[in-house]
Design a protein around this ligand. Structure first.
Ligand code: SF4
Length: 188
């Protein structure tokens, strides 16, 4: 799709995979269409499915705090997921569901043309950075793909489960803030 309106309309009525049968709402993603920084998670959870908005539960509150550490807030970033409909029981999205849905995300990236992409968690990093990406070893590292600076950090849900991951994530967030200052024009 060449514009956001067409892409949004196609996504909202999508029946491309079985998750269409169990979703309450499609969670397209949200943020300004001139955002320079994009955050990509794996898929909607229960609250997201109920509201149609990305990262609105406890994980969303933590993401808001993480954005603050990076000098950001939701008015300046675009937030989306790998799959737009909730996998039942919050399981990981299946490979075939990711494959069915990835075109929407790629289209969002093509329209947004972000300078920085931050993958939230292992699933997004494996799909977008490298299939054998190891989040425990490689979080916070930077790669450049097609002119976009990319990194991955722990998913907020993982940080809620395991407090011991927070200090290293804090260092990652500081690194992201420095990258934003180096490559973005108007985000900070
Ligand atoms: S998860 Fe993606 S591909 Fe599957 S029905 Fe939802 S929007 Fe379509």
């Amino acid at each position: 799709m060449k514009n956001w309106e067409g892409l949004y309309a196609a996504c909202m009525s999508c029946q491309n995979c079985p998750l269409a049968q169990t979703r309450t709402n499609v969670v397209f993603g949200e943020g300004p269409t001139n955002a320079e920084v994009m955050f990509i998670g794996e898929g909607p959870g229960e609250q997201e499915d109920r509201t149609g908005r990305p990262f609105v539960g406890r994980g969303g509150q933590l993401l808001d705090e993480m954005l603050g550490i990076m000098g950001l807030d939701r008015s300046r970033v675009y937030i989306a997921n790998m799959v737009k409909c909730r996998p039942p029981g919050n399981r990981d999205p299946l490979a075939e569901e990711q494959e069915a849905c990835i075109g929407y995300l790629r289209n969002q990236v093509a329209l947004l043309r972000p300078k920085i992409i931050v993958c939230l968690g292992r699933i997004a990093a494996m799909k977008l950075i490298r299939p054998d990406f190891k989040i425990t070893r490689e979080h916070g590292q930077w790669v450049e793909k097609a002119g976009v600076q990319m990194t991955a950090i722990y998913h907020p849900a993982a940080l809620l489960r395991d407090l011991s991951k927070r200090p290293e994530t804090f260092a990652d967030l500081k690194s992201i803030r420095e990258h934003i200052q180096a490559v973005c024009d108007h985000t900070l």
